[in-house]
Write a protein that binds this ligand. Sequence first.
Ligand code: ATP
Ligand code: MG
Length: 254
Amino acid sequence: VFTAEILSVGDELLIGKTTNTNLTWLSGQLTHLGGIVRRGLTVRDEISEISEALTLILGRKPDAVIISGGLGPTFDDKTLQGIAHNLGLCLRVDRRALDLVKERVGELNPGRLKMAHLPEGSRALRNPKGTAPGVYLTVGKVHLFALPGVPSEMRAIFKNSVVSLLGKELPLGFFYEASLLSSGIPESKMAPIISEGMAQFPEVYIKSHPLGMEKGRPKIILHITSQTNEVAVQEAREMLRARVKRSGGIVASP
Ligand code: ATP
Ligand code: MG
């Protein structure tokens, strides 16, 4: 198990133009690797905002930090400047980053050269779906990754490079999950059933998500998860199924 934080960078996220699907995707990936994502923070494309966010995040000393957005060729992509400013590092042409950029494009121009300027001590990560390389940096014991905002590029670098680098450095784990759809039991009556389940299966976390009413009956999804015990997840599901039925509810899913 390890702890992680996610920093999303981009004006478009804070003017309501783009939905932060990177946060959702990264949260799911990190959770399934055995990580506990403690926070997700979103800031604008401003060096001071990025730097201040990093001060807060690094102060909490998570094992991993994933930043997405702002690595592109244009002047408004400032993530690496924000990182460099925060850590007191220079941005320098990085040999490997330059090679990776050249692999993708025919000739260099100022924008492309910008993407090869990394904070000193970084490692450039190959971007199989675009030009801007990802960036890996360790700050004390914190493993910090900066990935492009374009979802396909962010995902590809995460899968190809970030997972294995994290695996080398941190104790990865598992994430087991199951769900149950209940109908006819209101959330207030479900609460004691959930408490009972969590008391009986301490390694399991149970959360209810109300889906509203259907034909006058409250529908609730129960999400049952554990990062340590796969068998307990299934046992908890059986226990919940029996208790819902006994309380007069209908279990709608198998
Ligand atoms: P580019 O080289 O395209 O400039 P970049 O690394 O600078 O890449 P951004 O400029 O931050 O990335 O975003 C590029 C595109 O990716 C934007 O059009 C934006 O809509 C999308 N995007 C950025 N951040 C996110 C996010 N958190 N979730 C979903 N989409 C995003
Ligand atoms: Mg951009």
